[in-house]
Design a protein. Structure first.
Length: 77
């Protein structure tokens, strides 16, 4: 797997999260983010069954421009 780092939340300071990469072979997007396990979120997702190997992450709306860029990179052939 060859990941290309695209960027991180501009407000994360010295921390590296949230961040986004694109797999240059499969064009999959890979995210690093905050674990979305707040009581409010958990209550609204109570009918969702997450397998042990999966997690729900939260990416702030301010990262939408970066995600659009990532999607554009992922669509390249």
């Amino acid at each position: 797997m060859t990941l290309r780092f695209l960027g991180k939340d501009p407000e994360s300071g010295d921390h590296g999260s949230p961040a986004v990469w694109v797999d240059e072979v499969t064009r999959d997007l890979v995210f690093q983010g905050w674990k979305a396990d707040t009581p409010t979120l958990s209550a609204s997702m109570r009918d969702v069954v997450l397998p042990a190997h999966e997690a729900v992450i939260r990416v702030p709306a301010r990262m939408v421009p970066l995600l659009r860029e990532a999607l554009g990179v992922a669509e390249l052939d």
